[in-house]
Design a protein around this ligand. Structure first.
Ligand code: PLP
Length: 446
């Protein structure tokens, strides 16, 4: 066990709850008014614009390779959907003010999860960087030519390594193999077997470990050190992944307009993001804060059995701490969130922006899964379902009510609030696995 300096136990009550495996809400004491944040912030709006333009350059190539993105002109994007039946059911049991939407990254093209944003983006950037440096591509070219054999041969000289609990591996594996790269995915013991099978079928090399995600990442990093044609996708540090996720915010503006949703001082926007290492949730939060400022309130949700970003941020130790230092085994049904240590990048960049972090009990994941399936006919994976915990319990905790009071969000404003549960994965789950989830009941003491 790590010896944590007493002074860093800034939230003793929350941290005691975590050790006892109780669900909780931690409100970030370091959140600032956004106008004070940007001056010294490491990322800017032009970083997001740059990522968005790169994705546009690759759109013709993606259309060439993937039938499923032809109707969106090569752009990988998910719907924002109003879910009134789910809202009604949830309001029978919980105090919720305002309207409920779900963002269906669970159904994103190609990878079937939120990783279709960051993961695919980083591989595309790698491909572009290599081709530009070799002088075989200009940014003004039609990128669909990259599907020609001579470009695929060029990419096949390079390898890509990634560590994953499943979904990141799926996105990186599929896009890398499609472009022609030699790709190896290092899978932690949490990874579901259907994800490994699917990857092998797509042409990726899969190495399985008996150990956790941190260990799988370590092995990926080591494998990439062997030669300079290797590239390691670093989920714990990558600002490229982060920027791929941030683009989601720009796309959301248009979707909010289409739904006639106003976001301003009288119409706050709440987003609830399932969180593993924090990269996806962090990137999206950065984008949203950049665009909507203090009118957006971003909460992460982590399993009570593995709340790594919460522990990292609440102690200030970030990536230097693991849930294992707290005596937690980190075993969860939410395989997409099974990361014992947080990203090094995210704790730092979320410090002034994040509203807080909810933790969720295992049995609730399956309750939300059934509720969404039965009320709306939407099927998403257990990790994804954690988003609904934030919607359900904002008012349950004194810390949540204090947060609303502190930000001046009275009853009237909250009546006009929009809540977005960010669904992060599910489309590729095989039917028999989903049927099993629908029948899964976990003892609430777990
Ligand atoms: C990866 C993942 C997340 C969280 O992303 P992080 O970057 O690890 O925080 C959430 N849900 C699902 C389904 C995922 O695969």
């Amino acid at each position: 066990m790590l010896d944590i300096p007493r002074s860093l136990y800034r939230e003793p009550k929350t941290l005691e709850d975590i050790k006892a495996l109780k669900r909780t809400l931690w409100v970030n004491p370091d959140q600032e008014s956004v106008k004070n944040v940007w001056e010294s912030y490491p990322f800017t709006m032009s970083d997001i614009d740059d990522a968005e333009k790169r994705l546009e350059r690759f759109a013709p190539l993606l259309m060439q390779y993937f039938e499923e993105v032809r109707k969106t002109n090569g752009i990988i994007e998910s719907p924002l959907k109003k879910i009134p039946a789910m809202e009604e059911r949830m309001k029978e049991r919980h105090l919720i003010k305002g309207q409920l939407y779900v963002k269906l990254d669970s159904h994103l093209a190609i990878a079937g999860s939120i990783k279709a944003r960051g993961g695919i983006y980083e591989v595309l950037k790698r491909a572009e960087d290599l081709a530009l440096a070799a002088g075989i591509l200009k940014v003004t070219d039609d990128y669909s030519k990259l599907a020609e054999p001579k470009y695929r041969d060029f990419f096949s000289q390079y390898d890509i390594q990634v560590g994953s609990t499943g979904n990141l591996g799926l996105s990186i594996g599929i896009i890398s193999a499609t472009l022609g790269f030699d790709v190896t995915v290092h899978m932690s013991a949490d990874a579901k077997s259907w994800k490994k099978d699917l990857l092998r079928q797509k042409g990726a090399r899969v190495i399985e470990y008996d150990s956790d995600y941190t260990e799988a990442v370590r092995n990926g990093r080591l494998a990439a050190e062997v030669n300079d044609r290797s590239y390691f996708i670093d989920d714990e540090n990558s600002s490229t992944l982060f920027m791929g996720y941030a683009v989601a915010a720009k796309r959301l503006i248009k979707q909010l307009e289409e739904e006639h949703i106003t976001v301003d001082a009288d119409h706050p926007l709440f987003v609830y993001l399932p969180c593993g290492v924090g990269g996806a949730a962090g990137g999206i939060t950065f984008g949203l804060k950049k665009l909507f400022g203090e009118h957006v309130h971003s909460f992460f949700v982590e399993p009570a059995r593995i709340p790594s970003v919460l522990i990292g941020m609440a102690t200030g130790l970030n990536e230097k701490i693991s849930v294992k230092d707290y005596g937690l085994d980190g075993v969860t049904e939410a395989d997409g969130l099974a990361c014992p240590s947080p990203s090094a990048l995210v704790g730092k960049v979320m410090k002034p922006l994040l509203s807080g972090i909810f933790t969720v009990k295992e049995h609730e994941l399956f309750n939300y899964l059934r509720e969404l399936a039965h009320s709306e006919g939407l099927y998403i994976e257990p990790s994804s379902c954690s988003a609904f915990e934030g919607v359900a319990r904002l008012y349950d905790y004194p810390a949540g009510r204090d947060y609303l009071a502190e930000w001046g969000l009275d009853e009237d404003k909250m009546t006009h609030a929009t809540h977005i549960a960010w669904a992060t994965g599910g489309r590729l789950v095989p039917k028999d696995v989903m049927d099993h989830y629908l029948e899964t009941y976990i003892d609430s003491s777990r």
